[in-house]
Ligand binder design. Structure first.
Ligand SMILES: [Zn+2]
Length: 107
């Protein structure tokens, strides 16, 4: 489980912002070609940009997140860490392996 450098996460977030901005601008420009009113084209462009940014940030979040799960069958204990130190990773790995109460769902 490789942890991602926080600097790389910031770079990925910046790249996501650029891609989302281009996506929104492209949408607005394409709508302008169909004589859509400017305010409506801007609104659609902002909507497309915000949607693209939200999706890309979810992906960026997945890249930098490490999930530690309990090894006991049926236990649903999980701990997620994003951009944490190696000491935090070690602490949560140990906690996931030996937490006091296993959360086995009743069937
Ligand atoms: Zn457990």
């Amino acid at each position: 489980m490789a942890s991602t450098n926080p600097r790389n996460l910031r770079l990925a977030a910046g790249a996501a912002l650029v891609v989302a901005t281009v996506c929104g601008a492209t949408t607005a420009i394409r709508l302008d070609a169909y004589n859509v009113p400017f305010s409506l084209a801007v609104a659609c462009g902002l909507g497309a940009a915000s949607t693209a940014f939200a999706l890309l940030m979810r992906l960026v979040g997945r890249l930098g997140t490490t999930v530690y799960a309990c090894p006991v069958d049926g236990c649903n204990f999980r701990a997620r860490l994003t951009a944490a130190s190696p000491a935090d990773h070690r602490r949560l790995r140990e906690a996931a392996a030996a937490h006091p109460a296993h959360h086995v769902p009743r069937s």
